[in-house]
Design a protein around this ligand. Structure first.
Ligand code: HEC
Length: 259
């Protein structure tokens, strides 16, 4: 009999007699190499995760992602494309068997099967082995998924005319005009002229732009009252003072554009 076996040498009430040591359990009875989940495995995972997190953070700081211009609902030449990591799904929808009458196949069934398989992976592949050779189903599915994603992404990237797209998607240049909505003539402009000549005097289908006109304040006042060409007379309703302020306002916007 070993000395001390079966005995409990505890003289301190704070120490449990049954206290286990921090040494991880012996896993040698399990097949393959393995280790304690806590803390060994989790610590390694966390370390690798932290390295990638810091790496990605540094990358995003050094190389901010290029953004396109503001969304412009009037730009009909815009060519929309999903971000690169969704291009494969986008490309899938171009195949005849996954579009048109079969769009549900491309939208729901095929992606559903793929993600469903991912969900079911732990049940489909529940063997004890960890080597790739011992897991033909899981490894096969993984390779199939990787190959299809890479192939579809490549296909998608390869048909896009990137130069034409860059040209069509150029951000709209910011307005050069400074419209001072605090200007005393702004209210009169807003009330009498804006519906046709636009919030930034840019014009529209109903009227030409008022940016770059070369009228004097008096001429603008006359046009506001009496109209010109296709612009009817009597559009301005207000006092003479307001009319002066209105003409001033239009000239001030023109001056801001000339700068
Ligand atoms: C119903 C729409 C409409 C409204 C409201 C309107 N305009 Fe016009 N405006 C026009 C049209 C159309 C023209 C072009 C006339 C033409 O040359 O045939 C025009 C032309 C002008 C021009 C001359 C532009 C140029 O390049 O020759 C000025 C200046 C002008 N408008 C000022 C005003 C002012 C100031 C107001 C507000 C009091 C106003 N307009 C309100 C329709 C409008």
């Amino acid at each position: 009999m070993h000395k001390g076996k079966g005995m409990k040498f505890v003289g301190d009430s704070r120490i449990s007699a049954e206290r286990k040591s921090q040494i991880p359990k012996d896993y040698s009875e399990y097949p393959g190499r393995t280790e304690a989940f806590w803390p060994n495995f989790l610590l390694k995972e966390w370390l690798v995760g932290a390295v990638f997190l810091v790496g990605f953070l540094t990358l995003t700081l050094i190389h901010p992602s290029p953004l396109e211009g503001m969304a412009d609902p009037t730009n009909a030449s815009y060519i929309p494309l999903p971000d690169w990591y969704f291009l494969f799904l986008y490309e899938l929808l171009k195949y005849q068997f996954a579009s048109g009458d079969y769009i549900l196949l491309g939208l729901l069934v095929l992606p559903g099967l793929a993600f469903g398989a991912l969900l079911l992976a732990p049940f489909l592949d529940n063997g004890p082995g960890r080597r790739p050779k011992q897991r033909p189903v899981a490894v096969g599915m993984m390779i199939l998924a990787l190959v299809s994603v890479i192939f579809l992404t490549w296909q998608s990237v390869h048909v896009v005319d990137w130069e034409a797209r860059g040209e069509a998607n150029k951000p709209v240049p910011e307005s050069e005009v400074a419209v001072d909505t605090e200007h005393e003539g702004y209210a009169a402009y807003e009330a009498n002229c804006m519906t046709c000549h636009g919030a930034e005097l840019e014009g529209g289908s109903a009227a030409p732009t008022l940016v770059g006109i070369e009228y004097t304040a008096e001429e603008i006042q006359t046009i506001a009252k009496e109209g010109t060409g296709n612009m009817p007379a009597g559009l301005f309703t207000g006092s003479d003072e307001e009319l002066e302020q209105l003409a001033d306002f239009i000239i001030s916007v023109n001056e801001s554009a000339a700068e």
